[in-house]
Each structure stands twice: as structure tokens, then as C-alpha cells.
Design a protein around this ligand. Structure first.
Ligand SMILES: C[S@@+](CC[C@H](N)C(=O)[O-])C[C@H]1O[C@@H](n2cnc3c(N)ncnc32)[C@H](O)[C@@H]1O
Length: 270
């Protein structure tokens, strides 16, 4: 079977002979993904929380934020919630929305992000963090998430019901590397970046030079991108070079991660 174009992940199942278009809701398992990459709060995830905390130190109070390719996670909203006015989440998979909604509804057996919340609260204020503080932050995140939007990386526009320049903060974590292979990378990024208003902040994380991303039994094929791709593209899309900052994080020893490193990056749109 040959690889076909997809608006979602492409996955390689059962070895190299059977690359197939992934029926995304069937093959991407939100709970498996969360367990595989977030169950352990080690150095990698701590570095991510610290990066996000730093990014939201200087965020304007009335900011509207979009998370493009939100997945089934909420760690990315912990530092954002007290700073932004609203959070819109976008993904191609309804099952990811359901995972977030199940967490918002405090359904039994959902993944608890409390360790991640505690870690972020300690960054905000190293004095004692209580259970009540953690519950309060959970409630705040739930209040700030106001819209679930279907997005399609590579489409024009990437979110049908959202106009260009709608957001003050555009976040996207471990999603842009899944731009379908037939779409020019720069053109695909320009579409996503157009959602950000002038003066807005772009916050990004991606796997560095990684060919695929295993989740459970599936390997989701990625574009092999690195920081140089964004250092080239961002100035062309209106981001001044001096505003671009990035950090490369090496995969933690002993975790058997399928990547050698990942990149955390941020830039401001002129
Ligand atoms: C590896 S997960 C990242 C989830 C989350 N942002 C995180 O930080 O863990 C990649 C996400 O990108 C989404 N995605 C993949 N291809 C996409 C596409 N073509 N359009 C929109 N979203 C896509 C997937 O549904 C998934 O939620």
C-alpha cells in the first residue's frame, strides 16, 4: 500500500511495507499518548513547564490565545490561564477535544495534571503550594477554555471559522512537524502564523530532525525540521529576528525517547 495524502497524521503500521493513511480518530489514542509522554514528569517536561512559565511572565492581561494542535493535554494552559482572557483550542481530532472535556468535567480515570500544576505554581511562587491552590488553577484553566475549533494544518485557512489576525498568543506544540509532505513547509507555516495579530507572541515546540513520532503501536511520520527552518521563515512572516528565542532540549537519558532533542521557541510579530 502506498502513502496517500492526509489532512491528519500519516502512520506507518506493522513495519515499512504498510504505510497507510491514518484514520486519525482510530489510530491516535489520546490516553496512550498522554501516558507515554506525560505520565513521567522528568527533566524534559520540567523544562517545558519552565519555558511556558517564562513566556507568560510578560503576557498582556486581555490576550486571546489559540493552541493549534492542542492534542489531549492541558499542561500548556497552566502558566497561561492567569494571564490570558480566553483560550481557544484547535485540533483535527474530536477525540482530543473529548479528552480535554473529560478532564474539565473531572470524569473518573482521566489523567491528573496536578503534578504539572504544582510544578508551575512553585515556579510562580516558591512558597508552599496547597491542594486548594492546585484546584483553583484547575478551575481557572477550565474557565478560560471557551472554544473547541476544528483545524487542518496545511489547509487555507487552517481554521475555517477563524479570520486572520484573531489572536494575541498563538501556541503550537508538537504539531507543525506533521504538515503533510506535499505542502511546502514555508507556505504551511505562513497559513498558521497568519492567525496571530500584529504585536502578538508565537510560542512553539517541535521535535528536532525527527522522522516519526511513535504513539502506542503507531508511528506518526513527521517533517524533519529544526530551528533553522523557523529562523528563516519567521522573519519572512513578520517576526523581527531579535525577538526570536529558542532552546534545544536533549532527550532525557533512560527514557528511550524516539527523538534526540526537541526545540522550544518563541517570537513576537511586528
Ligand atoms: C504529538 S500531538 C501534540 C499534542 C499536544 N499539543 C502536546 O503538546 O502534547 C500532535 C497533535 O497534532 C494534531 N495534528 C496532526 N496532524 C494535524 C493536522 N494535519 N491538522 C491539525 N492537527 C493535526 C494531532 O491531532 C495531535 O493532537
Amino acid at each position: 500500500m502506498s502513502a496517500t495524502r492526509s489532512t491528519g497524521f500519516r502512520s506507518e503500521v506493522n513495519g515499512a511495507d504498510s504505510i497507510q493513511e491514518c484514520h486519525t480518530t482510530k489510530n491516535f489514542q489520546p490516553a496512550v499518548y498522554v501516558k507515554q509522554y506525560y505520565e513521567y514528569l522528568g527533566d524534559e517536561n520540567r523544562a517545558i513547564l519552565e519555558f511556558l512559565w517564562r513566556q507568560f511572565q510578560s503576557c498582556p492581561e486581555s490576550a486571546d490565545m489559540l493552541d493549534f494542535g492542542c492534542g489531549p493535554t492541558i499542561y500548556q494552559f497552566i502558566a497561561a490561564a492567569p494571564k490570558v482572557r480566553t483560550i481557544h483550542v484547535a485540533d483535527s481530532l474530536v477525540t482530543n477535544f473529548e479528552a480535554i472535556q473529560d478532564w474539565m468535567a473531572a470524569k473518573p480515570d482521566v489523567f491528573s495534571w496536578r503534578e504539572y500544576i504544582r510544578e508551575t505554581l512553585v515556579l510562580e511562587d516558591p512558597s508552599a503550594v496547597s491542594c486548594a491552590d492546585i484546584r483553583e488553577r484547575e478551575q481557572l484553566i477550565k474557565q478560560k477554555i471557551t472554544r473547541f475549533l476544528h483545524c487542518n494544518l496545511g489547509a487555507s485557512p487552517p481554521i475555517a471559522e477563524v479570520a486572520e489576525a484573531s489572536y494575541d498568543v498563538l501556541m503550537t506544540n508538537y504539531c507543525l512537524e506533521f504538515l503533510p509532505a506535499h505542502i511546502d513547509f514555508e507556505a504551511g507555516m505562513a497559513q498558521v502564523l497568519s492567525l496571530l495579530r500584529s504585536g502578538g507572541r508565537f510560542i512553539l515546540q517541535f521535535l528536532r530532525r525527527t522522522p516519526d513520532y511513535p504513539v502506542g503501536d503507531h508511528r506518526f511520520l513527521c517533517r524533519r525540521i529544526d530551528e533553522d527552518d523557523f529562523l528563516r521563515i519567521l522573519p519572512k512572516c513578520g517576526f523581527a529576528s531579535p525577538t526570536i528565542e529558542y532552546q534545544i532540549v536533549e532527550a532525557e537519558d533512560g527514557l528511550n525517547r524516539p527523538y534526540e532533542s526537541f526545540v522550544m521557541m518563541a517570537a513576537s510579530k511586528a
